[in-house]
Design a binder for this molecule. Sequence first.
Ligand SMILES: Cc1cc2nc3c(=O)[nH]c(=O)nc-3n(C[C@H](O)[C@H](O)[C@H](O)COP(=O)(O)O)c2cc1C
Length: 368
Amino acid sequence: MTTTPDASVLADRLFRPLQLGPLTLPNRVVMAPMTRTRAGEGHAPTALNAQYFEQRASGGLLLSEATQVVQVGAGGVRTPGIYSQAQIEGWRLVTKAVHAAGGRIFLQLWHAGRASHPSLNDEGLQPVAPSAIAIDDRKVFTPQGLVPYPVPRALEEHELPGIVAAFAQGAKNAIAAGFDGVEIHGANGYLIDQFLRDGSNLRTDRYGGSIENRLRLLVEITDAVVAAVGKERVGVRLSPWVAHNNMKDSNPPALFTAAAQALRGKIVYLHVIEPVAGPAKVAAPILPLLKEAFGGVVIANGGYTGETARAVLQSGAADAVAFGVPFLANPDLPERLLRNAPLNAPNPQQFFAEGPVGYTDYPRLSTL
Ligand SMILES: Cc1cc2nc3c(=O)[nH]c(=O)nc-3n(C[C@H](O)[C@H](O)[C@H](O)COP(=O)(O)O)c2cc1C
């Protein structure tokens, strides 16, 4: 249901509509992509997943959790895919429920690269990466519990067109499942990010070495996804400072400004994680540089509150703000931000659990 907001609501920057290609977002409160490990049989979404997203449909835009485009791209247990007919059918439950509740939703296209394990895909395939370097600062959660990450197999150059094509096919499948668009996951130390950064990419071919070469896979995937579904339905997510999955780079500002420049005019939004609070708070933010280099709609994310979100919108460095944990724990987050109402406390024990507890049972203001 769309109702026309009154002037007092529009005076709040978070509640001014935003044009995103053909979509008019009724507010600038975006739900960040969040893995919740609750997909069903065959990595296909279920009615429970549909209920979770439907509850959050008042967000200006919802982003699905990371969704693998190929089996070997899975980076966790019970993560959903977008490569089989059953998965497309499962996602249709989600998109129908969100649209019926008046919302809009993009699917996040994912390949975990080395942040994976053979037991996370049905064929026991060895994880792949730009270079044969294992993640060694944390363990991977598998059906057998926590185990060390394996050393990945370095991809041959001739295999890369297959990965590019898998992202394009995933995008087509997402549109077939009823999504309004797709977000390419170039963040948080997964395959694309592994190619971007020189701590994980030691290649000596056209995909390694210079910044231009390390950007090549991201640009090729973006071009192929745009050719498949149209630029107005494609966003890209980047995380210049996130060290998750052992990520390191010698010069993030140069790399990520070049990435924003390379994506300029190609896609409908750029989504940037640059924490503004908490232990990961960034000392010298580059969001304004990325906004300038990209030139289009920028979504900011990382530790935002209603107050800091309004401030970043006012600064002009972002056009919308994505909320992760606050949206996970508050299905009616936009209403709470509008009214400056208290937020439910998140329950991290249930972030990556199974079933409805800590998933679809967070209360709304109206039921408190
Ligand atoms: C439970 C959980 C799962 C997440 N899964 C994903 C994911 O699938 N894809 C992604 O790009 N980021 C993922 N993130 C990162 C969030 O999208 C977001 O960047 C992070 O929570 C910081 O935003 P916040 O401070 O508003 O929570 C996840 C975060 C959490 C807490």
